[in-house]
Design a protein around this ligand. Structure first.
Ligand SMILES: Nc1nc2c(ncn2[C@@H]2O[C@H](COP(=O)(O)OP(=O)(O)OP(=O)(O)O)[C@@H](O)[C@H]2O)c(=O)[nH]1
Length: 424
């Protein structure tokens, strides 16, 4: 039992951030969570941001459910097998068979939990409920079994301690639920020892201290396990951000496009008939800034421009991608051309009016040009590809550059260019 517990603990520790598929479900991909969400409340061993916690659980759910099903199966088997000890202690009496029947009830609850998880593998609430339900029923039955066998009560402290290890380590649950179940059942067991155990005071004290020790060690192991998984999750998010983000501007790099961002947005637009716009923008005469003020100054201007793009777009909906050296692609889901033009114009005006501090009392100013392509809600079947969409925005950007720069120009992909606005 102990070996099995240790093995389960090691397996549970390794769960969480892998891409393994268990029982036909795939983990939810890591979301691009902001750093501010990744704060762990070390007392509760959960993320302070409930949204981040929910995403963490959703991400680890397939692995977690896999482990839970193994634990439920083990509980079902061991509860029934240990029925032999009831018959051995009480003989083939009605009480012994009633206790075995109760053990079978625990096995049925465990099997019911496995069935429910298989039916609803994506439900976090169900996973926690299956864990809690099994533990509450199993511990209640264990108390009844102990009640009818008072002479073996001191020995059953060992069983209770082993069950506590499983409660804390093998059955994934929120840590305060685990503590409530573990400590609550130990309190009931302790009371039973006091009233029914017929023990000397020093033996009673030893057994009660053993229960307290098992709960304390279990809590420490569970807390370490919960914190370790969350810390791994944070590292994975940070690694992903390092891989997907441009370090100078903090914008997405082109990997997000290679991963199919635009294809996914186009598919969504087609399916739901919502509009989609992209803005391709480029700082004007950027080479001159580098040549006049140096590369470091150019970097600051770039970072300021990117900061403006990110600040003026919707944080969780729009995406700002560093497309080339001083060129950015802004992806605007559910946005028609009029909205994209208005946004680009606001950004253009704000950037033209701003100045970047590049040294003591020295500033640099620049303008930018914007080309927009829009898939309208009414014609969601155009264009055929993400490349065609970006190509159309690029053509508009080229036209703005050709016409003197510092302007905004857009096209609806129904073939007719419209709403051209160029400021010089
Ligand atoms: N400082 C800095 N410069 C960069 C970076 N990436 C690209 N560049 C420079 O950006 C400049 C782009 O120059 P061009 O392609 O000629 O474009 P431009 O001068 O902006 O002219 P137009 O686009 O036609 O208005 C090049 O000199 C690149 O070296 C970067 O990360 N930092």
């Amino acid at each position: 039992m102990w070996k099995w517990g240790c093995r389960m603990f090691v397996r549970l520790r390794s769960c969480g951030l892998t891409t393994r598929t268990i029982a036909g479900t795939t983990p939810v991909p890591l979301e691009d969570l902001p750093d501010s969400s990744l704060i762990i409340d070390r007392r509760r061993a959960e993320f302070t941001d409930p949204d981040c916690e929910a995403r963490f659980i959703a991400h680890t759910l397939p692995e977690r459910n896999g482990q839970l099903k193994i634990s439920l199966l083990c509980a079902a088997v061991f509860y029934v097998v240990f029925g032999a000890t009831d018959i051995a202690t009480l003989g083939p009496t009605a009480t012994a068979f009633a206790l075995v029947a109760l053990r079978v009830l625990v096995a049925l609850v465990a099997l019911g939990g496995i069935y429910a998880i298989r039916r609803r593998p994506d439900s976090i609430a169900l996973s926690n409920s299956a864990s809690s339900a099994l533990l509450v029923v199993a511990l209640a039955v264990f108390m009844v079994v102990c009640w009818y066998q008072p002479e073996t009560l001191p020995w059953n402290v060992m069983s209770q301690a082993l069950i506590l290890m499983a409660v804390y380590v093998n059955f994934p649950n929120r840590i305060h639920y685990t503590v409530a179940i573990g400590a609550g059942s130990s309190a009931v067991f302790g009371a039973m020892l006091a009233f029914q155990g017929n023990l000397r005071a020093d033996d009673l004290l030893t057994l009660v201290l053993l229960l307290i020790l098992a709960n304390t060690l279990g809590y420490i192991a569970a807390r370490r396990f919960h914190l370790g998984l969350r810390e791994q999750f944070c590292s994975a998010i940070l690694l992903q951000q390092m891989a997907d983000r441009d370090p100078l501007t903090g914008c997405h790099n082109r990997r997000i496009l290679q991963k199919g961002l635009l294809d996914a947005e186009l598919a969504r637009t087609r399916r739901y008939g919502t509009g989609l716009s992209v803005i391709l923008c480029d700082i004007d005469h950027f080479k001159r800034i580098n040549d006049t003020h140096g590369h470091a100054a150019g970097d600051r201007v770039l970072a300021d421009f990117a900061g403006l793009l990110r600040a003026m777009t919707r944080e969780t909906v729009d995406r700002v991608v560093r497309y080339g050296g001083e060129e950015f692609l802004v992806v605007l889901p559910q946005t028609e051309l009029a909205g994209a033009l208005a946004l680009a114009e606001r950004i253009r005006a704000a950037f033209a009016a701003s100045a970047t501090r590049i040294g003591d009392g020295v500033t640099a100013s620049a303008t930018a040009s914007f080309g927009i392509a829009c898939v309208p809600a009414q014609h969601p079947h155009l264009p055929a590809s993400a490349e065609a969409l970006v190509g159309a925005a690029d053509a508009q950007l080229y036209a703005v550059k050709h016409n003197g720069r510092n302007g905004v120009r857009g096209i609806v992909l129904s073939g007719v260019p419209e709403l051209v606005r160029v400021a010089t």
